[in-house]
Design a binder for this molecule. Sequence first.
Ligand code: TTP
Ligand code: MG
Length: 368
Amino acid sequence: MHENQIGINTEMGDGKIILHLDMDSFYASVEIRDNPSLSGRPVVVGADPMHGTGRGVVSTCSYEARAYGLHSGMPISQAYHLCPHAVFIRPRMALYAAVSSRIMQILKSMTPEIEQVSIDEAYCDLTGDQSYVRASSHAEDIKQVIREQEGLTCSVGLGPSRIYAKMASEQQKPDGCVIIPPEDLLSFLHPLPVGKIPGIGKRSVAVLASIGILTVGDIARCDIQILQDLFGSHAVRLSEIARGLDREGLRTSGKRKSISREHTFLKDSLSPDEILSSLHEMVLSVCHELERRDSYSRTIGLRIRDSGFITKTRSVTLIQPTREVRIIENAIDTLFAEMWDMTPVRLIGIRVSGLVHHDPVQRTLFDF
Ligand code: TTP
Ligand code: MG
């Protein structure tokens, strides 16, 4: 391995880059896409208004309808009175579900890891892009593919945690793309009204307003004891969010974050040749999988378990993500030389993580 292939990546530290994506007026946009004569008109998807006597609610409505004060959850009769000339459509759930699953497939094919949280909303981990410049061009690519393949717009936000990414994506709807790197986090957060924090509903907004707390910045400066009296066990997290300290990533099992292989010897092995040839087979298999997923790995790990079931693991982080057999093999050989203490080996395993989805070299050369 080239000496400079090993090293801790200092460009990003441990900072996550999380993307939140939310389709714009989702059900209504699908209806408009399938019937372009509706474009530009107030469109309401929901219960039958029955000329103002209908029961049930608005599922969603186009942004043109929102200009009349209509919104999701509003009684359909009220929506009818506010905007009688709107086009009222019954929901076609099977259609929206099919569109949703194609959009999630696009996200899965374009990012190493996604967490779908509703029919039209998902988080993706773009940490592997290593910089907000690269991640934002990645985000624009995603928006473009969804537009081209599905004829729909979405809004995305990028930030150092899932909650900041979500707050960012909501900032510029529809068709927005808001990037909040850590250095801009406090100036983004502090002027926002407290109700912009997901989970802070109307009641909490009113309680906070009653003691003069109107903005996220006011929460950040508020004594934690006061927040504790109001929000109990949620106070600490709320305060951290307001102070820009939250770093929560995706809530997934992490299955797609790494690829691993392991092998247990029939008889504990003392032969470096046998151990290394088994490791090299695993490297080949991992590289095939990386290729199949169109991914590259930044962190290469080795695990050795001895006959007494003591397990040691160690990893190296490469400067450039790779799926080259030679580079990964060299990293494994180096780790093995460092870790093996010549005692019998029961099990060995390798794990590649820090997966990114694009060719890092091409990105560096052509995109920036
Ligand atoms: P949202 O993403 O909350 O709303 P939206 O996509 O319609 O509009 P926005 O541009 O503000 O994101 O919800 C996604 C879909 O879920 C929405 O199109 C319809 C459905 N939905 C309901 O059926 N009832 C509701 O109360 C809400 C909020 C959404
Ligand atoms: Mg939406």
